[in-house]
Design a binder for this molecule. Structure first.
Ligand SMILES: *[C@@H]1O[C@H](CO)[C@@H](O)[C@H](O)[C@H]1NC(C)=O
Ligand SMILES: *[C@@H]1O[C@H](CO)[C@@H](O)[C@H](O)[C@H]1NC(C)=O
Ligand SMILES: *[C@@H]1O[C@H](CO)[C@@H](O)[C@H](O)[C@H]1NC(C)=O
Ligand SMILES: *[C@@H]1O[C@H](CO)[C@@H](O)[C@H](O)[C@H]1NC(C)=O
Length: 541
C-alpha cells in the first residue's frame, strides 16, 4: 500500500484534487489540515503540503462551454506516470454525468449541472493495477458539490394578486404582502436576496423593499372617483443591485366602499297621481335618494315627516333597500280632496362615524299626489234599510223612499229599480225617478214575514254604473186570524164521576203573534152547553 497521502480523517491514500476555478477552496468542515510528510513533486502535492486536504470537488452549475467541464483529478502517489494505474469512478452520475480518464485520473462533467435540480453527487474512486486489476488503494468516497450561480430570478408564485383596501384609508395602511421566492442558494452570496420595488401604481401605493408589503401611499383615495388600480411590483435578487435577476407581478387593488357620501333625492319635487278608487295598500309611486356609495352604504330608510297627506299615505323601502315606495293608507275620494302634499325624508341606515362631518346622511323631498276622478257608481244614503210594515197596510202604501246620488262631479241622474229575483212574487214596486218603494199586493205576515229585497240605482247616462242596497221589510202582525182548537177531542168519563172532576183540557192556537203572547178566553159554545146539561142530567139519574 502506498504511503502517500492523503485524504483526511479516513486516511485514504487516494488524493483528489481540484483545479481551475475551484482550486484551493478551504473547507474546514470537510477537511482538516494534515501534516504531510511525504510530499510529492506536483503542484497538487505542494498544496497539500501546504496543509489543506479535501474530499470534495466544487463545480459551478450551468456551465455552457462546448468542451466537457474539467472538475478535478484523482491521483495516487504510487502513480509513476507510466500508465500502470487505472482510475475508476463509480457512484451517482458516474459514466453519465461524470467521466474519468482512467490513466490520468482527470474527471469531467459531460452534462450540464443544475444546482437547483441536484446540489451534490456522491462518488467513489478506486486506483487499480491496470494489468492485475489489483486495488492499489482502498476505495474512497468523495463528493462533487454543485456551486450556485445566480441563474434563477425571483418568482411570485401566488401572483397575480387581487387585493382590497377601504377607500379613504390612511397613508401606510397595509394592503397585501407579496413574497417572491428565488430558487438560488440562499446560503451563498446574494443570488437569493430579494428586494422589492414598485414599477406601476405610484403615487397611490408603495412597497416595502424588504418585506414586500404593499401600502397605501396617497391620502383620501376616493372609490367614487376611481375604484381599481393596477400595481406592478418587481422583485430583484442580488440585493437589488445592477445585474440581479428580476421578476414582476401584478396586483389588482380595488378600493372598497365606506359610507362617505350622503344620499340625495334625484328630484326636488315628485309629481304622482293615483285614481281615487285605488284600494288601501296600492302603490302610488317610487322615489329614490341616490347615494354615490354602494351596498349597505347606499341603503335607505324613508319616512313621511310632514304634509297634509301624512295620514293618507304610507312609505316603505323596497326589498333592495334603495327605493321609497309610496302607498295608499286610507281610502281616497277625489270629490273630498283631490291632491296631497308629502314631505319625505330619506336617510342612510348604516352610518360611519368617521364621516359624520360630511353632513347629515339624509335628504328631504316633496311629493305631490293628485287624486284622479273615477266614474263611481251611485251611492245610497244608507248602506242598508230596515223597515217595518203592518200586514194590513193598504196596497200602494209607500214603504220607504230610498235615495242614491252619483258621487262624481258630473252628478248624473239616478234611476231606481228592484232586482227581480229578490221579489219574485212582485209584492213591491219602486218609482223609477223618486225612489219611492210601495206595495202592490197585500201582505200576510203569517205567509211571508220578511221581504228582503234588493234595490238598484243606475246612472241614467251610464248604465254600467250600478249600485245596490238591501231593503229588509219586516211585516208586523195584526190580529187577523181567529184562534182554533188544535185537534178533535174525544174524552171518556166514568159514570160515577163526581161533579167538578177534570175531564179534559182544551188548548187553542192562533197564527197571529200579538205583543206579549196570546191570551185566549175559553167558553162553551151554546149548543155544547145543552149537551153537557143533558149529559149531567143523565148521569145523575
Ligand atoms: C386584474 O385586472 C385586469 C383588468 O383590469 C384583469 O384582466 C385581470 O384578470 C385581473 N387580475 C386579477 C387577478 O384579478
Ligand atoms: C373593479 O374590480 C372589481 C374586481 O375585479 C370588479 O368587480 C369591478 O367591476 C371593477 N370596477 C370597475 C369600475 O372596473
Ligand atoms: C246633484 O243633483 C241633485 C239634483 O239632481 C241635487 O239635489 C244635488 O244636490 C246634487 N248633488 C251635488 C253634490 O251637487
Ligand atoms: C231578512 O233580513 C233580516 C234583517 O237583515 C234578517 O233578520 C232576516 O233573516 C232576513 N230574512 C230572510 C228570509 O232572508
Amino acid at each position: 500500500m502506498g504511503d502517500g497521502l492523503h485524504l483526511p480523517a479516513a486516511a485514504s491514500t487516494l488524493l483528489l484534487a481540484a483545479f481551475g476555478v475551484l482550486t484551493l477552496l478551504p473547507h474546514s468542515v470537510v477537511g482538516k489540515p494534515v501534516e504531510e510528510e511525504n510530499a510529492g513533486s506536483s503542484a497538487l502535492l505542494q498544496r497539500v503540503k501546504r496543509g489543506w486536504v479535501w474530499n470534495q470537488f466544487f463545480v459551478l452549475e450551468e456551465y455552457t462551454g462546448l468542451e466537457p467541464l474539467y472538475i478535478g483529478k484523482l491521483h495516487s502517489d504510487m502513480d509513476k506516470g507510466d500508465g500502470s494505474i487505472k482510475y475508476i469512478l463509480t457512484g451517482e452520475g458516474a459514466g453519465t454525468t461524470f467521466t474519468i480518464d482512467d490513466s490520468t485520473g482527470d474527471i469531467h462533467a459531460i452534462q450540464r449541472l443544475d444546482r437547483e435540480v441536484k446540489a451534490q453527487y456522491v462518488l467513489r474512486a478506486q486506483a487499480r493495477n491496470r494489468l492485475t486489476d489489483r486495488p492499489l488503494e482502498p476505495e474512497s468516497e468523495f463528493i462533487v458539490k454543485i456551486q450556485d450561480i445566480n441563474d434563477n430570478e425571483p418568482r411570485f408564485l401566488d401572483g397575480p394578486y387581487q387585493a382590497t383596501v377601504p377607500e379613504m384609508s390612511k397613508i401606510g395602511t397595509s394592503v397585501i404582502q407579496l413574497t417572491a421566492t428565488d430558487a438560488d442558494d440562499p446560503t451563498y452570496g446574494n443570488s437569493a436576496r430579494v428586494v422589492y420595488s414598485i414599477l406601476e401604481g405610484q403615487p397611490y401605493f408603495s412597497v416595502d423593499p424588504k418585506t414586500g408589503v404593499v401600502r397605501v401611499s396617497l391620502a383620501d383615495m376616493d372609490r367614487e372617483t376611481r375604484e381599481n388600480y393596477t400595481v406592478v411590483i418587481q422583485a430583484k435578487d442580488m440585493g437589488g443591485q445592477l445585474g440581479g435577476l428580476a421578476g414582476t407581478t401584478t396586483v389588482n387593488i380595488t378600493l372598497s366602499d365606506v359610507n362617505d357620501n350622503p344620499p340625495m333625492f334625484d328630484q326636488r319635487l315628485y309629481q304622482m297621481s293615483v285614481p281615487e278608487s285605488a284600494p288601501v295598500g296600492s302603490v302610488v309611486g317610487r322615489i329614490w335618494a341616490k347615494d354615490r356609495d354602494i351596498g349597505v352604504n347606499a341603503e335607505m330608510k324613508y319616512s313621511i315627516i310632514d304634509g297634509d297627506g301624512r295620514d293618507t299615505f304610507d312609505i316603505s323601502t323596497d326589498p333592495t333597500n334603495l327605493f321609497g315606495i309610496i302607498t295608499v293608507k286610507k281610502p281616497l275620494n277625489f270629490e273630498n280632496k283631490p291632491s296631497y302634499t308629502l314631505k319625505v325624508e330619506g336617510a342612510n341606515t348604516h352610518l360611519d362615524p368617521t364621516f359624520r362631518h360630511r353632513g347629515p346622511f339624509k335628504d328631504v323631498t316633496i311629493v305631490h299626489v293628485s287624486v284622479e276622478d273615477v266614474d263611481e257608481p251611485p251611492l245610497f244614503d244608507s248602506p242598508a234599510y230596515l223597515i217595518e210594515l203592518p200586514e194590513d197596510a193598504e196596497v200602494g202604501t209607500v214603504v220607504k223612499t230610498v235615495s242614491a246620488r252619483d258621487p262624481d262631479a258630473a252628478n248624473n241622474t239616478v234611476r231606481y229599480s228592484i232586482e227581480r229575483s229578490s221579489d219574485p212574487e212582485k209584492f213591491f214596486y219602486i218609482e223609477i225617478t223618486s225612489g219611492a218603494l210601495m206595495t202592490v199586493r197585500s201582505l200576510d205576515r203569517e205567509e211571508i214575514g220578511w221581504h228582503n229585497i234588493t234595490v238598484l240605482a243606475m246612472e241614467m247616462n251610464n248604465p254600467s254604473q250600478i249600485a245596490s242596497v238591501s231593503v229588509a221589510v219586516k211585516v208586523s202582525d195584526v190580529n187577523d186570524n181567529p184562534p182554533s182548537l188544535s185537534h178533535y177531542l174525544e174524552a171518556v168519563v166514568c159514570e160515577n164521576a163526581k161533579a167538578g172532576q177534570l175531564i179534559q183540557t182544551v188548548t187553542a192556537v192562533d197564527p197571529d203573534e200579538p205583543l206579549g203572547g196570546q191570551h185566549f178566553y175559553y167558553s162553551l159554545a151554546p149548543e155544547a152547553h145543552q149537551n153537557i146539561v143533558s149529559f149531567s142530567q143523565l148521569s145523575w139519574k
